[in-house]
Ligand binder design. Structure first.
Ligand SMILES: Nc1nc2c(ncn2[C@@H]2O[C@H](COP(=O)(O)OP(=O)(O)O)[C@@H](O)[C@H]2O)c(=O)[nH]1
Ligand SMILES: [Mg+2]
Length: 146
């Protein structure tokens, strides 16, 4: 079976590139600021600017056509969301939520899940830490199911 590829969408510094490295088995790779799309076997990493600036939304919609699904990334340490309510419904692919940085002392996982729920996701919300690896194997299994 072909590896499923998920597009990662989220704010600047939400942990997208670190998560992409973990999913692609390269957890120790350095994390340069993502200025452009990062294509890997399991993921398409997108710049945070694409969700923070509505004039880039069309780039997200176009890129999603090359992915099997779209994952919206919410940093558990942030007390705000950059996603417009209902935004997941604008994509024709399967959508899911991923809460990152759950290892952090300031993480508020329930608040982060609440932000993601307002997106109208078709799929699940999973919680992970790329730092400790918690939830990463579960996420990989979920991504490659059916
Ligand atoms: N504590 C903690 N920090 C993380 C985690 N994932 C990423 N970070 C940190 O968050 C910052 C932004 O990560 P990055 O992957 O570059 O975010 P991006 O801008 O969304 O690609 C970096 O300093 C990472 O080390 C995590 O699971 N736990
Ligand atoms: Mg990045």
């Amino acid at each position: 079976m072909k590896t499923k590829r998920i597009m990662l969408v989220g704010a600047v510094n939400s942990g997208k590139t670190t998560l992409a490295n973990a999913l692609n088995g390269d957890a120790t790779a350095s994390v340069p600021k993502t200025q452009s799309l990062g294509y890997s076997a399991c993921s398409i990493d997108t710049p945070g600017e694409f969700i923070e600036n509505p004039s880039y939304y069309k780039a997200l919609f176009a890129t999603s056509l090359e992915a099997d699904g779209v994952a919206f990334i919410q940093d558990a340490t942030r007390n705000r969301s950059v996603f417009p309510p209902g935004f997941a419904a604008a994509f024709s692919k399967r959508t899911m939520g991923i809460v990152t940085k759950i290892d952090h002392p300031q993480a508020d996982v329930e608040q982060a899940k609440g932000f993601l729920k307002s997106l109208g996701l078709s799929g699940a919300i999973v919680v992970v830490s790329a730092l400790t690896g918690e939830g990463i194997d579960d996420l990989k299994q979920l991504l490659n199911r059916d």
